[in-house]
Design a protein around this ligand. Structure first.
Ligand code: ZN
Length: 358
């Protein structure tokens, strides 16, 4: 399995072609070991599914072989003690390698449910062509584990997303007589400062201290001698599972009125937050297995970002059961990305035990 992980890291899968090459390698590796693999192609994005077992319940293991761009040397795996360095080592070729090995290791005769392996190639750019497509084709289940790096903690929630595009309107004037105009950039600054005190920004929930508010884009002004008439400002807001995005939108709209600003806005990109309760039967079992396999108390947490889990969750009645759970490592998307080799082995054992547990 560790050799498999090294081979996967060598694929420069930060492009569509590279990710497809890595995917084809996974397909042959599984087939050589007796798996019945289905290769799917959606607009040139490859993905594979493989299934084992029988029964009325389905567990899905989802992993992506695409990575964010990396330096050339990051595509040559390097082992130092328990660490394997390389682009995608943690995010998430380790998860993929462990899932593949676990899938082969599963004793079908002891399996009382179906385990489906999904390996995809476009998670880092949104997952629309592979994971979302697979779900739309009916490849769904009762419990989904996305093998993102979580340090063997159980990521059972993720924040929702709303994008707010604001336009502040001022009144142009000559730059030498700014008092005759209204400066749209200053209006936006005033708004941004006041935004930090809006009630929604102060809220917390069981797994989160606060929502994420990122001032992501700003665009205004093009010369020194004019008071700017327009300022465009965009926020990426990740809200808590307990928050209502429409209420956030309302607070942001009303703030413009309270400050007496000439402001227009549009809200888009709304993605719901994901919540799986800690009493969910699969979560309870997973915690028990983690205790057994690692001798440590399992940790539950909420992810700040979104992953392919959202597509699966949308297809489950009640929306519960799509989690992120994967090996330990650090600096994914950074230059010193690595995965803990021992955690990959623990992870494989946990996956197998969890699938077999009745
Ligand atoms: Zn990832």
């Amino acid at each position: 399995m560790i050799e498999l992980l090294k081979e996967l890291i060598k694929f420069k899968s930060d492009t569509k072609e590279g990710a497809n090459d890595a995917l084809r390698y996974c397909a042959s590796w599984l087939e050589e070991r007796g798996a019945d693999v289905q290769l799917h192609d959606n607009l040139g994005y490859l993905m594979l599914t493989a299934s084992k077992g029988k029964g009325s319940e389905t567990i899905i293991w989802n992993g992506h072989v695409d990575v964010v761009p990396g330096h050339k040397e990051q595509f040559a795996p390097l082992v130092e003690g328990d660490r394997m360095y390389g682009r995608g080592a943690a995010d998430m070729k380790a998860g993929v390698a462990a899932m593949m090995q676990a899938f082969i290791d599963l004793d079908e005769t002891k399996l009382e449910r179906i385990v489906q392996l999904h390996i995809v190639t476009d998670e880092e750019i949104g997952g629309h062509h592979t994971s979302e497509w697979l779900v739309s084709q009916g490849y769904t289940g009762d419990f989904i584990i996305a093998g993102e790096p979580t340090r063997l903690k159980i990521g059972l929630q993720s924040k929702g997303i709303i994008h707010m595009d604001m336009t502040f309107k001022g009144k142009p004037a000559h730059g030498s007589r700014p008092w005759e105009g209204i400066n749209a950039i200053e209006a936006a600054m005033k708004y941004h400062t006041a935004l930090q005190d809006l009630p929604f920004t102060k809220e917390s929930s069981e797994y989160y201290d606060k929502p994420s508010v990122n001032l992501a884009k700003i665009n205004a002004g093009d010369r020194y001698n004019v008071v700017p008439e327009l300022c465009y400002m965009s926020y990426d807001i990740r809200f808590l599972p307990t928050q209502d995005p429409q209420e956030i939108e309302r607070q942001m709209r009303d703030l413009g009125d309270q400050l007496n600003l000439d402001m227009e806005y549009s809200a888009s990109g709304s993605t719901p937050a994901l919540v799986t309760s800690n009493t969910h039967p699969y979560i309870a079992r997973l915690q028990e297995i983690i205790r057994q396999e690692t001798d440590t108390e399992p940790v539950l947490f909420g992810q700040h970002g979104a992953a392919d889990t959202r597509y699966y969750a949308a297809a489950i009645e009640g929306g519960e059961g799509a989690i992120e759970f994967g090996p330990a490592g650090d600096d994914w998307h950074g230059n010193a990305e690595y995965v803990s080799i021992s955690s990959v082995e623990d992870y494989r054992d946990i996956l197998v035990a969890h699938a077999l547990e009745s």
